[in-house]
Write a protein that binds this ligand. Structure first.
Ligand code: IMP
Ligand code: MG
Length: 183
């Protein structure tokens, strides 16, 4: 691993090798579950872009790729549950099988809104794939994660698409930020 990717404020939690292996497993699972179907992967920007790229290339089906961007109203770091669609889909999803691709599920409020919103557009099915699941702060306990890469502890993590103040999205591994005040 190039030395410049690490610093004293980062503690590696999941290596690139671990992540790569796990995403291939998820891709194989999705390939199997959706045999004969043509699901649309919907990545939630920006965090999901790295996971999306790997997951899409691990699925051996006719898939298509879309992106949405959402933002929570209110305070930046804390999820309020009020979600605003910043960038909507470019296609209609009525009758389609959708797999929402997320970087991390934390409180679950963003996802609850998004999944409901997509369902209300008449999608045939809506499932959720997330690279990381941080179960402890979950507010919506009913949220079902269909495909999960890893469970992580209740700490602030970065890398593989996840940021701290827009930094670290390009780390090829997942790390815990020891002091989130310093990014
Ligand atoms: P929630 O599930 O509605 O609380 O929101 C999840 C979103 O919050 C994710 O898509 C991330 O953008 C962000 N997030 C939550 N936990 C972390 C973290 O540990 N590191 C970086 N971003 C996080
Ligand atoms: Mg996100």
């Amino acid at each position: 691993m190039p030395a410049e990717f690490t610093n004293s404020n980062l503690e590696v939690l999941l290596s690139n090798e671990q992540i790569t292996t796990r995403i291939k497993e998820l891709g194989a699972e999705i390939t199997n579950d959706y045999a004969g179907q043509e699901p649309i992967l919907i990545g939630v920007l920006k965090g999901a872009f790295v996971f999306m790229a790997d997951l899409a290339r691990s699925i051996n089906l006719k898939i298509s790729i879309e992106f949405m961007a959402v933002s929570s109203y209110g305070k930046a770091q804390k999820s309020s549950g009020e979600v605003k669609i910043i960038k909507d889909l470019d296609v209609a999803v009525e009758g389609k099988d959708l797999i929402v691709v997320e970087d991390i599920v934390d409180t679950g409020l963003t996802l609850s809104y998004l999944l409901q919103n997509l369902q209300s557009r008449g999608a045939k099915s809506v499932r959720l794939a997330t690279l990381l699941d941080k179960p402890e702060p979950r507010i919506n306990k009913d949220l079902k994660i269909n495909y999960c890469g890893f469970q992580v502890p209740n700490k602030f993590v970065v890398g593989y698409g996840l940021d701290a103040a827009e930094r670290y999205r390009n780390l090829p591994f997942i790390a815990v930020v020891r002091n989130p005040e310093i990014v």
